[in-house]
Design a protein around this ligand. Structure first.
Ligand code: NI
Length: 167
């Protein structure tokens, strides 16, 4: 397994739309293992392949307390959504920024697992937020793009300043 470098907003590669996985083979499973290791090491609760510059529809999530419930979604699709919740979100590609975003309270998702088998999952609360946040990444959308232009401008300025300090 290997740790993968995570793209940082506003890297234009974060805006590429990911393409579906045609065949779930060992190379896909290797990528999933690397993505999980990268997410746990960061540490984070979700990671989309887009964030490691692989533009395939794959996400990993673990919202459990003890980091024991890894969920993998290949070619995820939201079948149904209901309700609304506002949750403070962060993102490994937007370090140090936490902002409230409005999303569906519940979602039903269909995806393939690492064996290529189809499953559906009902998610609510934090898991539902995380699924929607990661699927956004596959569409080339970063969570800050749900915010006002004014807020986005402030975030870009703050990140540019951080980049100068750490460069
Ligand atoms: Ni993110």
């Amino acid at each position: 397994m290997a740790l993968l470098p995570i793209l940082r907003f506003p890297d234009p590669r974060l805006h590429r739309k990911a393409t579906p996985v045609d065949l779930v083979d060992d190379s896909v499973r290797r990528l999933i293992a690397d993505m999980a290791e990268t997410m746990y090491e960061a540490p984070g609760i979700g990671l989309a392949a887009t964030q490691v510059d692989v533009h395939k529809r794959i996400i990993v999530i673990d919202v459990s307390e003890d980091k024991s419930k890894l969920l993998t979604f290949i070619n995820p699709e939201i079948l149904e959504r209901s309700g609304e919740q506002v949750c403070e979100e962060g993102c490994l590609s937007v370090p140090g920024i936490y902002e409230k975003v409005s999303r569906s309270e519940r979602v039903r998702v269909r995806a393939l697992d690492p064996q290529g088998k189809s499953f559906t999952l009902e998610a609510e609360g934090l898991l539902a937020v995380c699924v929607q946040h990661e699927i956004d990444h596959l569409e080339g959308k970063v969570f800050v793009e749900h915010l006002s232009q004014l807020k986005q401008g402030r975030i870009r300025a703050k990140l540019a300043k951080q980049a100068r300090i750490t460069a």
